[in-house]
Design a protein around this ligand. Sequence first.
Ligand code: SAM
Length: 238
Amino acid sequence: MVATRSQTRGRKSHYYVVAANLEAIEILEEGEFDMNNREVLGEISDAAYERLGVKKDGRLKFDTNKHIVCLDCQAHYKEKEGCKLHPIYWVENSFASQGGRRLPYAERTIPPEYFYLSEDTIAGQGIKAARKIPVGLVFGPYKGIKTPTEECRNPGYSWHVTIKGKLFTVDAFDKTKGNWLRYVNSPNEETGGNMIPFQYQEKIYYKTIKVIQKDEEVLVWYGEQYGKELRNLRASRQ
Ligand SMILES: C[S@@+](CC[C@H](N)C(=O)[O-])C[C@H]1O[C@@H](n2cnc3c(N)ncnc32)[C@H](O)[C@@H]1O
């Protein structure tokens, strides 16, 4: 969605993805926003802006490979940019060569401007916010070893993905293959999550659905099956 400098080279970019009071993001034309209250997250080209927010015909069958859902509008959109009223901002996975080979691959992929690894979490290692993070940011994709579902050995570290109609799992247990999203824990209740997972073009991404305060833990609900396991675990401890 956000045009990189190379894509915009030679032409002026007029639109910016901005976070108002760091709460939610929106796309505004330069001059429409007051820099005092807003942070610019990135630029967007005129062409990308023009494609935004075209709600698809309600009869259109939802296709995870082509469409983005907007939960606020209960609608789906054809373009990666999503909905104009509730836009999303794709944050690229990063890879830090510094930290050397001492750190596992998974740890070196944490985008340091947004997150850090912590031991002071709901369970074992987890991810915390290095800054306040607004609603609407998309992180990922979740990287790991693609396995046929029936052979998946680490369900706690694996997401289902549908590829050409077939169900697979992406297993990120191995820190040399899985990236930083493998560290994100689950809340104890569904409503406790501040990000949600979704599939887009055969990959899993996490999107912020609540403002995440600095030093707050990032939590993604793993699904009803895992929720049941958590409840059973808690019951067995009582
Ligand atoms: C994707 S990993 C998260 C990173 C993990 N905490 C670690 O240290 O590697 C998922 C695993 O973390 C643990 N976990 C995540 N959320 C939890 C929770 N709310 N309660 C208990 N264990 C949790 C479970 O062992 C689960 O299989």
